[in-house]
Design a protein around this ligand. Structure first.
Ligand code: G3I
Length: 445
């Protein structure tokens, strides 16, 4: 009976224009959607003051499934005077991300850098108490909203010593790191707790020291769930050849690993090749469950002159973007006029003008992801609008590659123009029951 019901449901969905996801389903056309198909998130660092920039926020909504506040959660931003907390900028990023169905990586609870001046002037037990209070207050404020916290950031020295970095926090006692982790766990038990650092991307004295700490924490039951590898690469500090092996050895300790602040200085094919190799390494490690780039456009980067990101200053995807998308198994879907879809013969275009839309649904109890394929008819179209009916009680929480107004979706700038017979895709995520019924498609020509 169960099998019959499944077959009947599948037949009904197919008849209604819905196609079940299968290995041959169309490839995803955004970083976030492609990474999701690999069971991973694709995130970016976000600056609160840039959210009013429409080019910036459109790319953020379309491409990314996780955000990390670039500076807004740091100690100097969240506790500018001792005991006085300031969450406005960070709240803006967090609430917006949650409304869009994006995960949040909290960054960072305890760090030697970007401390408020009052903390820089403390030492000993006064600083230890201030740190514990800070971790408790901030983690409690964001309780339930954070997927992963960078609990401690950059606590090891560079070079060959494998020692802890000297800092006011380190001078409060070697146990300051585990105290920070235990305090964060008590404040927000559901958040995954990570150690995050740079120059730990390959196997070296610094990463060996972090490895020994994680091994010790796991052995003694200190709560640690993940290790972040910042991965700021350039000519002086390129992608290490043992990057994948290094990620894997940490994963083998029983923690998740993430690429947390990826940027690679350069341009063109060389840069694209390095980005692709970095993504490939993560995909080869089962417990590498997310990648975050440290900004959206080159001009948003902390080292903008190195043009280290996936979008140029105007928001156009670079070769590195396409390389990353392809590595994730996705593909750009708007063919240029000179390269129509190979499945459509120019001498035998489909009949009818306008457009049609078909829908692939991935649904689970309480939620769904819908991918919509928009196909132009016998003539090129310059824009499209797709309408769907949402069941009562369902809501759309996130849309990519389209602008949503209720359950009506309109193309964005780069995917309105579709050649005769060619297709483009957009998608949305929601809560409740997935929509059923044939979507309408209205074209502009
Ligand atoms: O907002 C002020 C502005 O009002 C003022 O006019 C200007 C003058 O300097 O400074 C502005 O603040 C700057 C802030 O970035 C926002 O742009 C700070 O000076 C500057 O120090 C801060 O730099 C940040 C840096 O961390 C601080 O250490 C970068 O944006 C941020 O990308 C960078 O991120 C770090 C990660 O947290 C940890 N890993 C390394 C990574 C790169 O350095």
């Amino acid at each position: 009976m169960r099998r019959t019901l499944v077959l009947l449901t599948a037949a009904a969905l197919t008849a209604a224009g819905f196609v079940a996801l299968s290995p041959t389903a169309d490839a995803a056309s955004t970083l976030g959607a492609a990474a999701a198909e690999k069971g991973r998130y694709f995130g970016t660092a976000v600056a609160a003051y840039k959210l009013s920039d429409s080019v910036y926020s459109a790319i953020l909504n379309r491409e990314f499934t996780s955000v990390t506040p670039e500076n807004e959660m740091k100690w100097d931003a969240t506790e500018p005077s001792q005991g006085t907390f300031s969450y406005t900028s960070a709240d803006t990023i967090v609430n917006r991300a949650i409304a869009n169905g994006q995960k949040v990586r909290g960054h960072a609870l305890a760090w030697h850098s970007q401390q408020p001046s009052w903390a820089q002037n403390l030492s000993g037990t006064a600083l230890r108490s201030a740190m514990v209070n800070h971790v408790t207050q901030v983690a409690t404020h964001y309780k339930g909203k954070i997927d992963s916290w960078d609990v401690v950031n950059e606590a090891f020295a560079d070079g060959s010593t494998g020692a802890r970095r000297d800092s006011n926090l380190q001078r409060t006692g070697n146990d300051w790191i585990e105290v920070a982790f235990r305090t964060a766990r008590a404040a927000d038990p559901a958040a995954k707790l990570c150690y995050n650092d740079y120059n730990t991307d390959g196997q070296n004295a610094k990463s060996n020291a972090v490895y020994a700490m994680v091994q010790d924490f796991k052995a003694r039951g200190v709560p640690i769930d993940c290790v972040g590898f910042q991965s700021h690469f350039n000519a002086a500090s390129p992608l290490p050849s043992d990057y994948q092996a290094n990620l894997q050895r940490f994963a083998n300790l029983g923690v998740d690993v993430q690429i947390t602040e990826l940027d690679i200085e350069g341009s063109g094919t060389a840069q694209a090749t390095s980005f692709a190799a970095t993504v490939r390494a993560c995909l080869a490690v089962t417990r590498c469950n997310g990648i975050t780039v440290w900004g959206i456009r080159d001009t948003d980067s902390w080292r903008a002159s190195g043009t280290p990101l996936l979008f140029d200053g105007s928001g156009n995807p670079k070769a590195a973007y396409t390389a990353v998308l392809n590595e994730l198994g996705g593909t750009t879907t708007s063919p240029s006029p000179s390269s129509p879809s190979p499945s459509i013969s120019p001498s035998n275009p489909p009949s009818g003008s306008g457009c049609t839309a078909t829908t692939s649904v991935n649904a689970w109890t309480g939620g769904f992801v819908v991918t919509v394929k928009v196909t132009a008819g016998a003539a090129r179209i310059t824009g499209w609008t797709v309408g769907l009916t949402l069941p009562a009680g369902s809501a759309i929480t996130n849309t990519w590659s389209a602008t949503a107004s209720g359950s009506t979706f309109t193309n964005v700038g780069y995917n309105g123009s579709v050649a005769a017979g060619a297709s483009t895709e957009f998608g949305f995520q929601g809560t409740g029951t997935a929509p059923s019924g044939t979507p309408t498609c209205t074209a502009r020509q």
